[in-house]
Design a protein around this ligand. Structure first.
Ligand code: SAM
Ligand code: CA
Length: 248
């Protein structure tokens, strides 16, 4: 049997692995308590199926965690969201959490450069009876956003936008999304605590991609905090999500 210290060390090691789905510093609290007590028992069957299917995919580190999925689902219901957007779909876990929360005539404009991964999860989304709410657009989000901004009738038309794609573009997305989300609507930027690396010392042994994107995440966090058009709230759910409520 492992001693307490060995156990603590191995837990600390696991927490340093890139892709751990929580920043909480204890597996007992996250894996066993939060997930097993309040998330998994209430997870809708299709979300469980999609989570298990995604777990077998080689890029499964990218998926939204089950507790964050639960959070998004409740948030969307609380704000009565109807017209939403998602940038960064992967196999669709956050997309399904969104689709299940919207009313039957709700809409999600979902964008990703990769259709193949979306199509892996699509049969589960179809079986859940919510695929009709999704308009999937394959390709980079930026030109699609530019196109949306060009047409004034899209201004202020989105209740909620979830941004979970290329972190080096978040600031550019923000410039466009602030026009597209309605006053009183929300933009959620995901991974704003970037594996905890936002507070890592300069010589910390970070993986290459964590180090590369970290500067963009730091820059985004500063820019959001200084933006008078929004109120913000940074939550330590998943890898950190910053909610921005447009106020002007
Ligand atoms: N929200 C997803 C979920 O719940 O599983 C996870 C999204 S994953 C972290 C990031 C996704 O962003 C990838 O599927 C990737 O193909 C996509 N992506 C990367 N660059 C993009 C871009 N420029 N435009 C749109 N999607 C992009
Ligand atoms: Ca994410």
């Amino acid at each position: 049997m492992a001693t307490n210290t060995q156990e603590q060390q191995s837990q600390a090691g696991r927490h340093q692995e890139v892709g751990h789905k929580s920043l909480l510093q204890s597996d007992a609290l996250y894996q066993q308590y939060i997930l097993e007590t309040s998330v998994y028992p209430r997870e809708p069957e299709p979300m469980k199926e999609l989570r298990e299917l995604t777990a077998k995919h080689p890029w499964n580190l990218m998926t939204t965690s089950a507790d964050e999925g639960q959070f998004l689902n409740m948030l969307l219901k609380l704000i009565n969201a109807k017209n939403t957007m998602e940038i960064g779909v992967y196999t669709g876990y956050s997309l399904l959490a969104t689709a299940l929360a919207l009313p039957d005539d709700g809409k999600i404009l979902a964008m990703d450069i990769n259709r193949e991964n979306y199509e892996l999860g699509l049969p589960v989304i179809q079986k859940a009876g919510v695929a009709h709410k999704i308009d999937f657009k394959e390709g980079p989000a930026m030109p699609a956003l530019d196109q949306l901004v060009e047409d004034e009738k899209n201004h202020g038309s989105f209740d909620f936008v979830f941004v979970d794609a290329d972190k080096d573009n978040y600031i550019n997305y923000h410039k466009r999304l602030i026009e597209l989300v309605k006053v009183g609507g929300l933009i959620g930027y995901d991974n704003t605590l970037w594996n905890g690396s936002v507070v890592a010392p300069p010589d910390a042994p970070l993986r290459k991609y964590v180090r590369y994107y970290r500067d963009f995440v730091l820059e985004l966090n500063k820019a959001l905090a200084a933006d008078p058009r929004i109120e913000i709230c940074m939550l330590p759910v998943g890898d950190g999500i910053t909610l921005c409520r447009r106020v002007k």
